[in-house]
Design a binder for this molecule. Sequence first.
Ligand code: ATP
Length: 250
Amino acid sequence: MLDIKALSAGYGPIHVLHDISLTVDPGEMVAVLGSNGAGKTTLFRALFGFADISAGELTFDGLDLRRTPPFRVARAGLVHVPEGRGLFPQMSVIENLMAPVYAQRSQRGRSGQPLNYHDDLDMVFELFPRLRDRRAQAAGTMSGGEQQMLAIARGLMARPKLLLLDEPSIGLAPKMVDDVFDRLHQIHDSKPDLALLIVEQSVADTLALCSRGYLLERGVIVSTGSSEELGGSATVEEAFLGTSQPLGQP
Ligand code: ATP
């Protein structure tokens, strides 16, 4: 479904990613591991045209991403939950959740079919009951963990085929990190057709969630394999030495 071939990208004269090839099939959970500055966020930015691409082919569900504007990419089902969450802090929980619905409605114009979002809302409230209780609260006043849950829930409201999650555990206490990963397991169980590409430094949690992954170091994929292989790999261990995250088998 997502096919990245020989991607090189960066920002103007700064070259960040070199010759990256990566695929995600429908329903697959795939990890991109990498320490700070490895180029994980840049990889996601490149998919939406927010980094300068100097070489490579990027396709999603048959769409050439290098020639498709970001809103069309999102409408095709490639949905990004950014690092730092990208919420509208002054807006309520429900307004944030409805943002993808309003965006789709305005793209379809007045003559478009009305969108039925009630089932989607029920689905996200079932996964994240606290959001139902806090629906009127301003997103910016929620705790870090709650904001992360809201960002994932908002991503789901956009009806993704592939959800791109950029470091969902960043800045969260260990208990909250566990909660976030529990929800991701739950999402995988309840939506087996939904694919997920997750970039993370929380190695053990991520490998326990995903079936396979890639290790990115200084903009280059230095290792790829099943989660079992990566969990036991000396290369992965070395890449993360000095971080607080314990490594381990999934
Ligand atoms: P982290 O885990 O710390 O978020 P990352 O793996 O997501 O890191 P990126 O944010 O993709 O890494 O950054 C990769 C490199 O690109 C870094 O050296 C960074 O300084 C550089 N970079 C990122 N954004 C820009 C930008 N807008 N202009 C110039 N250089 C940038």
